[in-house]
Design a protein around this ligand. Sequence first.
Ligand SMILES: [Mg+2]
Length: 423
Amino acid sequence: MTAQKINKFVSRRIIFHIDFDSFFASCEQQYRSELRNKPIGVTAANSRTCIIASSREAKRLNIKTGARSYEAIKVCPNLVLVPADFNKYFEVSKKFLNICKDYSPFTELFSIDEVFMDVTRTHDLFGGPYKTVDIIKKRIKSEIGEYITASFGISHNKLLAKLGSGMNKPNGIFEINKEDVISVYKKAKLTDICGIGERIKRRLEEIGIFNLIQLRNCSLDILIGEFGNVEGQFLKSVGLAIDESEVIPYTEPTDVKSVGRSYCLPKNECDKRVVLQNIYELCEEIGIKLRRLNKKGRTIGIGLNGDRHIHFRKTFKEYVNTGSDIYNLSLPFLKEDFKNQKYTRQIHVWVSNLEDNKNIPLSLFDYANKQEKVTNVIDKINDKFGDHTIRNGFLLYSNKLTTVPNGYMADKFERMKLTKVDY
Ligand SMILES: [Mg+2]
């Protein structure tokens, strides 16, 4: 049953948003005591050029996410650079989720270090919302470690709960009631709202909206005129602090609309073969994901950023779910532009227009069914020994990609993989 149905007779929902403080860096400091109380910058595993997360101590010195490592070291010569270890972060995330689910079945893993909980019907069992927060905080401390802390936002909807968790960091609690909205909106920035990034902020500023109060007072017509129906409606509800969306329990299968992967090469890559190997590997990853979801797709998109931007998107007649099919179908359309690209830095591959396998007719050709059997065997081996254990010969001598989840884990697949383990 959904939270909405259960909450039908409750006039006010109680939603938590829990957000770990400086998550990647705190995990490193928790597990490696020599890093504690030091400014550290976590860098991507494949390259040390960019800081993807900084510790509290580094944040105090104004070293932000996205800073270039060499610039950060100039500011802070004793900054310790630590390569990211996502397996470690996933482990912590899993422990965290296992704690939260004891306090509400409506617990949604929103990203690797963020959780929404609907405790409307359960907080009473633990002595009210604040007591529940207290218990969870204590368990984080005793079961995950005292160096890892989380901030809590409490409100009647997800939008405000998420805004609240950022208001009193680190290790804080912040509640936003209906009557507090105006005063909070006076303090918060546009970009403090989940869903308003720099791009939308700039466009809002172009129409004279510089803060949340101005957004609140802006008419729906103007917003729709500027942003279109969907985004306009969204911004209007942000202004009014309305959000009816539900907390989706992590156990519920999510409706995946597309599967995609991006990869940033460690340097501007001029070697075409290396770029193609990386494209192939991303196609393979998408194939693995599609097969785990029991789906196939027929729209393929590839984006290559470098000295020129190449974007290609095409819908094919046949549905595919293997890396080689995705690669081979799309490659001919890439060739001309790709030949003229001097170097490549970023690769993005995605497949959409997905359909459940059970709705797709089986192939009439025997070779296709044989191929499917081979793929199944490869999947079994890779499941057991790790993705990419068996790889296409084309990838010989290429480095294995390390799967790096993106900030928000927009990729729901990663969440499913994470939540499946202990369930
Ligand atoms: Mg966080």
